[in-house]
Design a protein around this ligand. Structure first.
Ligand SMILES: [Zn+2]
Length: 63
């Protein structure tokens, strides 16, 4: 009895517009800082974006 459980994948979503279209800014990572993410949908930038299970993205967007 092992290995039957599916691993859920997580995606980062924009808390402002629920877009999944995010891009990582690696400039800061290069400098040894926490890398920031920018939303291509609304321009929101933060070092932390909420992660949602792939299967629950649609639920997240309904709100
Ligand atoms: Zn956004």
């Amino acid at each position: 009895m092992k290995g039957e459980k599916k691993e859920e994948e997580f995606v980062k979503v924009c808390p402002k517009c629920s877009s999944l279209d995010l891009k990582a800014d690696l400039t800061m990572a290069f400098l040894g800082e926490t890398s920031t993410l920018t939303c291509n949908g609304c321009g929101y930038t933060n070092t932390f974006f909420p992660e949602v299970e792939v299967g629950k993205v649609k639920d997240f967007m309904k709100r």
